[in-house]
Ligand binder design. Sequence first.
Ligand SMILES: Cc1cc2nc3c(=O)[nH]c(=O)nc-3n(C[C@H](O)[C@H](O)[C@H](O)COP(=O)(O)OP(=O)(O)OC[C@H]3O[C@@H](n4cnc5c(N)ncnc54)[C@H](O)[C@@H]3O)c2cc1C
Ligand code: SF4
Ligand code: SF4
Ligand code: SF4
Length: 415
Amino acid sequence: MIKITEKSECCGCNACVQRCPKQCISMKEDEQGFLYPFVDTTSCIDCGLCEKVCPILNPFDTKEPLQVLAAKNKNEDQRLKSSSGGTFILLAEHIIKQGGVVFGARFDTNWEVEHCYAETIEELEPLMRSKYVQSKIGNTYKEAEQFLKDGRLVMFVGTSCQIAGLKRFLRKEYDNLLAVDFICHGVPSPGIWRKYLEEIKSSRSEAAGKNTVLSLSLKSVPVITGINFREKQQGGYGWKKYGFVVQAKSPSKGDKNSVLLSSIFNENIFMKGFLANLYLRPSCYKCKAKNGSANSDITIADFWGIQKSHPEFDDDKGVSVVFIHTCKGKGIIKELSSRLDLIDSNLKEATLPNPVYFRSCQEPKKYSLFWNIYKKTKSVHEAVNAATKLTFIDVIKIFLRRFYNKLRRTFKMVN
Ligand SMILES: Cc1cc2nc3c(=O)[nH]c(=O)nc-3n(C[C@H](O)[C@H](O)[C@H](O)COP(=O)(O)OP(=O)(O)OC[C@H]3O[C@@H](n4cnc5c(N)ncnc54)[C@H](O)[C@@H]3O)c2cc1C
Ligand code: SF4
Ligand code: SF4
Ligand code: SF4
């Protein structure tokens, strides 16, 4: 029976919950805002299935990709609406056009993130773009299994551990399944995300700052109408700056959609805390699904560093890196090759600027500081500000590191 003694030993994939024949496992949110499984021992028959399907207890082997490509969707509108090079939407449309089903993550009515499936082209739009919050998998492995058994084509997109969880849950290979993961930095806490949204809505701090276009009063709490973690067009952010935009309707301003918040990653509190690794799931610091061990057919990601390795390919509208792991993956990319601009790359070139392909993010030194302040103040803004504030010692360290790097470069040039 599943028993979580170390938080880092559960990625929250929900495989155990969905496989239990007695439905005696339920997910409960912990004080950090992540879901963990709990077994009702009175109903458990000790069959051991939950342990068999757990991707943390049964990790897959790492493997080298068959091929690595830089890719851009030729449909510029789709590429601009996607996080990276728009590879997901091309794959997804291809599956739907063949009568298939596509699983991915969307915002629910409370702007929390959940997995779901699409059967039409129109239903794909909410699945597009990265949502930097852990998604609730719900019963989607079970639903996917039923579609697979019915002989439908299924594409399932998720974090590497969600794909490993799906593969363990299914316990057999299906020819009609295309499993797609992405290079995964780690997933932020849904609890912190919920609190952050409350704060920007009630204008507690950042929403009252210089990036707020909408002036808010506590009496007229705005209704969020759209969130984009990777806005490329509005604000002229382009691909590399991670434009984060929240749209809202303000009851006091009529029914008009306005921009509640719009900023680049290093000016936005939630993105700052995410990229400083302050509230990733504990399993993300010890990830067991890196380096091809998700057992996916294809891994998609941002091709960071393309401006250096292939500058002619970069227009700051987004480039994907596509790691092909199986013949099935190779086949589908070949079928789509007329709709993609492609160039050959290799593992080293594609991962040098994206090392989380191989290894987990480190738990930051200020991890405990963040959580202690958050527990006391219940303010995401205060806790992130405190944990990302540079001390005098930090500034000296940065100066010395830069000076040392400059010296090294000069020394290399002289030699
Ligand atoms: C939490 C997270 C961390 C990431 N970390 C990195 C990284 O370190 N380096 C890197 O190069 N790329 C990372 N990515 C992937 C990257 O942001 C793009 O999603 C990827 O390049 C695909 O882009 P696209 O243009 O092809 O398609 P998009 O249209 O952007 O498609 C995104 C796909 O991801 C799915 N998805 C979105 N949010 C979630 C979620 N929360 N959980 C599960 N699935 C989701 C969508 O349903 C869709 O299928 C991360 C993505 C997420 C969600
Ligand atoms: S051992 Fe079997 S019955 Fe018990 S929790 Fe696990 S899957 Fe459910
Ligand atoms: S990793 Fe997944 S299968 Fe394993 S205990 Fe956690 S939720 Fe269950
Ligand atoms: S870093 Fe690893 S454990 Fe964390 S969400 Fe991504 S794949 Fe899962």
